[in-house]
Design a binder for this molecule. Structure first.
Ligand code: SF4
Ligand code: SF4
Length: 419
């Protein structure tokens, strides 16, 4: 089928109107490469890299084309084809994909470095000199919204077991994430405390590692599989009933570990066990948790306007866009305002806003028109990448002080009645 129903929902097609920038166009290019009509070389690679991987094309497709699986295979093919030509890129990739991300110890070192950069005064010096801007405008913009990183992750601060408040409903395993755990440590802590308030014993297996999403999306499927197997072992040993993620980007690959390991039959049972237990924080709170009680702020005379930006992966892969909205509507003194096209990608898409800054900024500008129209005080998201991208948009549009981008776990925990 080449119906084109996927075209109007594709952010890169919407921006360019070019067939090759659409899901249908990219699938045609993949087919041409498979049929030997074109080489999976640089121009093919560029076209594949322009894709955000947001997967908005999947729910729109009447033929149930698994575009996410196709793009991962295409990127794997590009990596294999171009490996011998790019020694310096290989060096950087090896350091990032094989040494930094798989090691939580190294991620904590990175967190310590970022913490020092912000707190030592070095950040002010760097900003005054404008040295980052000499390298890249995008890096300079991103530097402005660096979160408060930490050299300590959640298990260093809370331990590996947090009991349920009141009667226990189930035992959940917390997927802490690699970057999430050092760049948004407080969000992880509040996620665990929300789970405890809702009646869950929370286990945080120390031996878990990065989910492998960046690897799988960048043509490093062998490394992604290795990380997946390690996570499956860690959570099976912990004997949990559910596995909770608070980052849509991570959750979407965790829920597809069965597909990632589909060509390794000896892993089938374990991968199925894992994949069917994965839930986003909002989904498990709504579906399985004891209802949270939210405080009505007695001092508040007016209601707070709140809007929500979907995480593409939470919406299109985990099918979890409703529970977050439901929870936000339950919070006292909140008026929930639905944003136009809230389900459309914000341009963050993992590291897309670093690797494809032009398109990412174009998409962000379109998104900000809809964000600003909500006149909300809080812009809530469920993924760290979206959160940073929204902070960047708010900063660029001079909305700082009027509007704040927050993760849903932070927003809910700050307003829940604690027992
Ligand atoms: S994943 Fe997103 S950007 Fe890529 S083709 Fe599908 S809709 Fe377009
Ligand atoms: S991917 Fe699906 S929606 Fe898009 S052209 Fe093909 S069949 Fe139609």
């Amino acid at each position: 089928m080449r119906c084109g129903f996927c075209l109007p929902v594709c952010p890169t097609f919407k921006e360019t109107g070019i067939e090759a920038e659409s899901p249908r166009g990219r699938i045609s290019l993949m087919k041409a490469a498979v049929d030997g009509i074109m080489e999976p070389g640089i121009s093919f690679e560029d076209q594949m890299n322009h894709c955000l991987g947001c997967r908005a094309c999947e729910p729109a497709c009447p033929a149930d084309v698994k575009y996410g699986q196709l793009i991962e295979q295409a990127r794997d093919a590009v990596e294999t084809h171009t490996k011998q030509h790019r020694w310096w890129i290989r060096g950087v990739r090896k350091m990032v994909f094989k040494e930094l991300f798989p090691s939580q110890q190294k991620m904590r070192l990175l967190g310590s470095g970022m913490h020092f950069y912000k707190k030592s005064g070095l950040q002010s010096v760097v900003r005054k000199t404008g040295v980052v801007g000499l390298f890249s405008k995008q890096l300079s913009d991103m530097e402005k919204i660096l979160p408060d990183a930490s050299g300590k992750g959640i298990t260093q601060l809370l331990g590996t077991f947090i009991p349920a408040k009141g009667e226990k409903i189930a035992t959940v395993g917390m997927f802490r994430g690699c970057l999430m755990d050092v760049m948004f440590t407080q969000t992880n802590i509040k996620t665990v405390k929300l789970l405890s308030e809702a009646g869950f014993d929370v286990v945080i297996p120390e031996t878990q590692n990065c989910c492998g999403a960046l690897h799988a999306h960048s043509g490093e499927s062998d490394q992604a599989k290795m990380l997946a197997k390690n996570n499956i072992r860690a959570f099976q040993e912990a004997g949990v009933d559910f596995i909770v993620s608070n980052a849509g980007g991570c959750g979407a690959i965790l829920v597809e570990y069965d597909h990632l390991l589909h060509d390794e039959p000896e892993w089938k049972e374990a991968a199925d066990w894992f994949a069917k237990r994965v839930k986003d924080i909002s989904t498990i709170l709504v579906e399985k948790g004891r209802p949270l009680q939210f405080a009505d702020s007695e001092s508040a005379t007016t209601s707070t306007r709140v809007t929500y930006q979907d995480s593409c992966h939470l919406r299109n892969v985990m099918k979890g866009s409703n529970p977050s909205r439901q929870l936000l509507k339950e919070v006292g003194n909140v008026t929930f305002v639905e944003m136009k096209d809230a389900g459309s990608c914000c341009g963050s898409a993992g590291i897309y806003n670093v690797t494809q800054p032009e398109m990412a900024n174009q998409i962000l500008e379109g998104k900000m028109v809809n964000v600003n129209a909500t006149e909300a005080s809080y812009l809530v998201t469920s993924n760290p990448g979206c959160l940073l991208q929204m902070k960047l948009g708010i900063d660029k549009h001079g909305q700082k002080g009027k509007m704040e981008a927050v993760h849903i776990a932070d927003f809910l925990y700050d307003r829940v009645v604690k027992h």
